[in-house]
Design a protein around this ligand. Structure first.
Ligand code: SAM
Length: 251
């Protein structure tokens, strides 16, 4: 049985697609997807030797060596164009994830890939911005909790009218507030345009925790008297009031 976090990722994968799971560690996700019959085949990519060996072992123990190819290498360098319909990347920071995606994109590895299922641990805004820049349409966002941590799963697809789709998705006038266009967009990237349209208890909880964290940082900064600290504190306080304003106006 998969963990709740991995299950939320598996749930977004389109039935019948060949997946490539990058940074697969024990290959739990590809093993589940092939075992359950959702995916006919999979590629598990790993950069580091230990996790790569764990993936090889996991696949062998599941008796799935004929269907899951475990490959050793950096990001999407393990992938040939046209080999996968779905790319999943989970359990790493958003900046590393978007670097992997960008390199893969530049090297043409994403040609033919129809969907991306991404679970950044932090820096979700960076991933959403990358998806918009490269013309992927955000289709679905999940937010859930596991073992006291809150996780987001972003599902993006190739769509002919992706730019128009994203344009209306990230339209800041959806937030009926007095932010500038730019500030509104930043908030949508950070908080998730789809999550905000149907706010769950976990979305609220995540941003309440973020407010607490920012409050603690501001408290520490107010003890320092340098102009830089003052400026940073003021920026954090602006961010906090923006978050409070968004939370206060959710449907
Ligand atoms: N995807 C699994 C999950 O969500 O449970 C494993 C997450 S684990 C925390 C992150 C994995 O990414 C590690 O096994 C690490 O070795 C791998 N990794 C980090 N950078 C990578 C890269 N550039 N290319 C491939 N794998 C990478």
């Amino acid at each position: 049985k998969l963990s709740r976090r991995l299950q939320s990722i598996a749930d977004r994968v389109t039935h019948g697609s060949r997946i490539a799971d990058i940074g697969s560690d024990h290959a739990l996700l590809p093993v589940y997807l092939v075992q359950s019959g959702k995916c006919p085949s999979a590629i598990a990519g790993e950069l580091n030797k230990g996790p790569w060996q764990a993936a090889v072992k996991g696949v062998a123990e599941a008796g799935l060596r004929h269907a899951i190819d475990v490959r050793h290498g950096d990001g999407m360098s393990v992938l040939q164009a046209g080999e996968a319909d779905t790319v999943t990347i989970a359990g790493m920071g958003g900046s590393l994830m978007s670097m992997i995606l960008e390199t893969g994109w530049l090297e043409g590895k994403l040609a033919g890939v129809q969907e991306l299922v991404l679970q950044p641990n932090v820096g979700e805004d960076i991933v959403r911005r990358w998806l918009v820049e490269r013309g992927y349409a955000l289709q679905h966002e999940t937010i859930m909790e596991e073992d006291g941590r809150i996780y987001e799963v972003l599902h993006a697809a190739v769509l002919a009218e992706a730019d128009a789709h994203n344009e209306s998705l990230y339209d800041p006038s959806f937030l009926p507030l007095h932010f500038t266009e730019q500030e509104g967009k930043e908030l949508l990237y950070a908080m998730g345009p789809l999550l905000l349209r149907e706010p769950s208890e976990w979305l609220i909880r995540k941003w309440e925790l973020e407010l607490e964290k920012l409050g603690r940082i501001c408290g520490q900064m107010s003890q320092s008297d340098t102009p830089e600290a003052r400026e940073k504190e003021a920026a954090f306080r602006r961010e906090m009031s923006a978050i409070r304003e968004v939370l206060g106006c959710l449907p």
